[in-house]
Design a protein around this ligand. Sequence first.
Ligand code: ADP
Ligand code: MG
Ligand code: ZN
Length: 212
Amino acid sequence: MATMAAGQCAIHPGRIEVITGPMFSGKSEELIRRLKRAQIAKRRVACFKPDLDVRYHRTAIASHSAQTLDALTVANMEELKSVLMPMVDAVEVVGIDEAQFFDATLISLSNELVQLGKRIIIAGLDTTFTGEPFAPMPELLAIADEVVKLSAVCMQCGAPAVHTQRLGSSQSLVLVGAAGVYEARCRACFRPWADEHGSEQMELPVAAADRC
Ligand code: ADP
Ligand code: MG
Ligand code: ZN
């Protein structure tokens, strides 16, 4: 019977990768790129997104540059687990977009999945439109093997943008995909509580057919 040498691991370790940054920084593009490469490598991929994000598609994740990848839309972490766990043995790579809209259960699930040897690739906003850390992203960044922090282009001055500016007066934390509601801003141009209008930011098309 084979015995394990000192320091040898019982299972092949998994990996947690987190892709973060403001809106329009290319998080979904990078997530899609990594998942497509995993599929080219014949890895079995499952991708999830919260159903708050109804831009473009319900059955795919999508970037602002219109790249897509098949995904399962779930209402919350409970539904995500109830879909993923029965098929977890058949899945090698788990992708999650818009992770900031899931609750803290995503942290324990990520720890559980990485123990099972899975590769988990998570994309999500690091901060809210007021510049505060957007839970559960801070914890996910802390437990990640790899963190990629992307910047967008400031729509006011063209500098690298680290903030998501909310335009208009709504103070609701969750206001997804409405055209002209957000733009990327650098630190100098960011106005957390401003009531501004007239953004040049690329508008987000909301397809009526994808909303039902
Ligand atoms: P995220 O998921 O971070 O919101 P996406 O991957 O959906 O970003 O979209 C990134 C794409 O958005 C860019 O490649 C570019 O085509 C487009 N884009 C629109 N506005 C901006 C901006 N202000 N800065 C950078 N890219 C932008
Ligand atoms: Mg995105
Ligand atoms: Zn700026």
